[in-house]
Design a protein around this ligand. Structure first.
Ligand code: NAD
Length: 267
């Protein structure tokens, strides 16, 4: 049975009055049009940030999100790019640079899985997963950290995964990429701390999005039995953790990996 208590459903959390602690800030969220990225974008916008929504494929979905943010009195801009290669990151940086001179928050959320046993994995499966989950965030920091350096302020949050420390079968490419992302997060915390830029990661367990649908369908009982809290998390719960790490209220946490996994590590 899930642990009971006050109503923490998405609907209840969405009715909490935002404090607008991000008013005047600009945030860039990759892979923002759906799933966890969408929830993060909505949360940052509700707190007053102008959110630059990056998406890869579906303009209608991204435009729908921007319209939702604007209808709530928020601000949003749209940027399309495939981040699996260096050109996509460069295009995104150029387009963003035409609109903005500042960046306060960068959330590297875009990610992909291609689960297979290693012996069945072709080179494309290896390269694409590593390129999207690890190289893209590295290139994003290279392209965007300069804006934060100039203003001597920034908050960077990388979305990792519990697979980095507790991989499932068939996740070698994804686990290696996310493990690399966690090491990269710590390395960048070291490089950027002197300039007032804090770099952290959130490592979600199983979150109710399209990405985890297959895993949830295959191993429902087994996965839930390994979670202390006996339920999956919602994208809004990830967004709340990101909001803390990305906000000015976070002044002393950097190089940290926040495991948002319902107690998977201990179960
Ligand atoms: P999702 O599949 O719904 O969203 C992934 C997003 O990444 C999409 O918007 C997609 O367009 C974007 N993306 C993928 N490849 C891209 C590319 N080459 N260029 C640009 N954008 C690209 O998945 P989600 O569950 O919302 O995942 C968001 C993040 O959370 C990912 O980094 C994922 O690894 C991580 N995560 C998810 C779970 C989970 O259970 N859902 C668990 C742990 C970590």
């Amino acid at each position: 049975m899930p642990v009971s208590g006050p109503d923490v459903s998405d609907n209840a959390l969405d009715t909490l009055a935002p404090s607008r602690q991000l008013a005047g800030q600009i945030a860039l969220v990759t892979g923002a049009s759906r799933g966890i990225g969408r929830a993060i974008a909505l949360r940052l916008a509700a707190e007053g940030a102008h959110v630059a929504l990056h998406y890869r494929r579906d303009p209608a979905l991204a435009e729908g999100l921007a319209a939702e943010i604007r209808a709530d009195g928020g601000q949003a801009s749209l940027y399309r790019a495939d981040l699996a290669g260096p050109e996509g990151v460069e295009e995104l940086a150029e387009a963003f640079g035409r609109d903005f001179e500042h960046l306060h928050i960068l959330v590297n959320n875009a990610g992909i899985t291609r689960d297979k046993l290693l012996l069945m994995m072709d080179d494309e499966d290896l390269q694409h997963v590593v390129a999207t989950n690890l190289l893209a965030p590295m290139r994003m920091l290279r392209a965007f950290a300069g804006l934060m350096l100039r203003q001597r302020y920034g908050r960077i949050v990388n979305i990792s995964s519990s697979a980095a420390s507790k991989p499932g079968r068939g996740q070698s490419n994804y686990a290696a990429a996310k493990g690399g992302l966690e090491a990269f997060t710590k390395a960048m915390a070291v490089e950027l701390a002197p300039k007032g830029i804090l770099v952290n990661a959130v490592a979600p367990g199983v979150i109710e999005t399209e990405m985890s649908a297959q895993i949830r369908a295959l191993g429902e009982g087994e996965i839930l039995s390994r979670l202390l809290l006996k339920r999956y998390a919602t994208p809004v719960e990830v967004a709340d953790a990101v909001l803390y790490l990305a906000s000015p209220r976070n002044r002393y946490v950097t190089g940290e990996i926040l495991h948002l996994d319902g107690g998977l590590k201990m179960a």
